[in-house]
Design a protein around this ligand. Sequence first.
Ligand code: ADP
Length: 382
Amino acid sequence: MATLELNELTKIYDDAQGREVAVDSLDIDIEDGEFLVLVGPSGCGKSTTLRMLAGLETVTDGTIEIGGTEVQHLAPSARSIAMVFQSYALYTKMTARQNMAYGLKHSTDLSKAERNREVEDIAELLDITELLDDKPDEMSGGQKQRVALGRAIVRDPDVFLLDEPLSNLDAKLRARMRTELQQLQTDLDVTAVYVTHDQTEAMTMADRIAVMNDGELQQVAPPEVAYDHPANEFVATFLGSPSMNTFETVAVENGDEIEFRHDGTTLAAVPHDTVECADGEPMTLGLRPEDVRLSDDPTDGTFAADVTVSEYQGNDNFIHLSVEKHDLMARVPSDVYPNPGETLGVTVSPRDVFLFDADSGIAHKTRGLPDEQPPKRSVSNP
Ligand code: ADP
C-alpha cells in the first residue's frame, strides 16, 4: 500500500462541443491505508478524477504521485492500481476463477498453482469459494460485484479505485455490501479512492470525504467534521438527509444577541461573540432538520410555523412546515405526528445555528458555541 497525492490535478476537455473544465486544480493528499470517498453531484468531475488516477484519461495539468513517484505519464498497467467498476466489467466467457486469475497471469510470474492458491485465499475472504467455477451470467449482481472486488484484491495493488461499485445493487444488498467493504478495507488496510454520488455511502464508509462541485474541491475532512463544520453552504446542504434548511436572512443587532430575520420574522438568535457580521448584513441561515424542535404551543419558541405535511417514517417523522411561505423541514421522534394545518412553536438552539455568507456561501458559523467543549464521540479510526 502507498500514499496517493493529487497535486493541482486538472482536466480540460476542449473539443468541437466547446471547452469544459471537468476537474479544476485538485489538491488532495491521501494517506497510506486511507479510505477516501470522492463525493458530489452528477457532473462534478468525480469519474474524470478517478479515470485520471487509473490512467484511463490523460491529465491536462498537475501531477499524481503514488508512494512519492509521479505516475501521470505511466500506462495503467504500470501504476500498481486496481479498479472496480459499477458495471463489474467481468469477462463473460470466463469463470470467476479465470476472471480473478487473469490479472495475475499478466502482471506476475506466478505459476498456475500459485495463482490458484492466491485466488482461492481471496475467494474465501469474500465468501465466494462456491462461485469460483461459475460464469458471470450464472451470478447475481452482488455475486458479480464480489468477484470483481476479488479480481482487484488478488492483484495486491498499491491503490484501489472504486467507481460507484454498489450502485447497480438493490437497497438491501447495497447496505450489506457497504458494511462488508468497510470491514474488508479495515482488514486489508488498503489505500482506496471510492467515487459515489450517494452521500449516505460517503458518510458511512469514508475515513475522509472529498466533496466536489463543478470540478472544484469544496472540502476534505472526516465525515463528522464536514457534517458539523462544513466549509460552505454547498457542503452543508449536500450532506445530510433530509438536507439542511436554508433561509435568506438579515442580521439585526438586539442587545447581546444577533437575530436573523426572514421577511420580518426572527428565525434564530445567537450570542454576539458567536459570529462576526454587521447589523443589516444579509446572511444565509442553515438549520438541520434534526435540530428543529417543535412545541404544541405556537407561542413557545423562536417563531411559529404551520404544518403542511407529516411524513410517517417509522423510527422518526419528517414534518414539513411553512414559515412566511418558506418551507421548513423538521425531523422528529416517531411519537410527534402533528396534523396538517396545525400551528406549532419552533425552537432552534444557538449552538445548532449555521450561518453562511449570502454571496460566497462561505461558512461564518457552524455547529457549536465558542466556549463549548466538543461533544464526546467515539472515533472508529483512532
Ligand atoms: P461525475 O463523475 O461527477 O458525474 P464526470 O467526471 O463524468 O462527472 O464529468 C465532469 C464534467 O466533464 C461534466 O461536465 C461532463 O459533461 C464533462 N465530460 C466528461 N467526459 C467528457 C468528455 N469525454 N468530453 C467532454 N466533456 C466530458
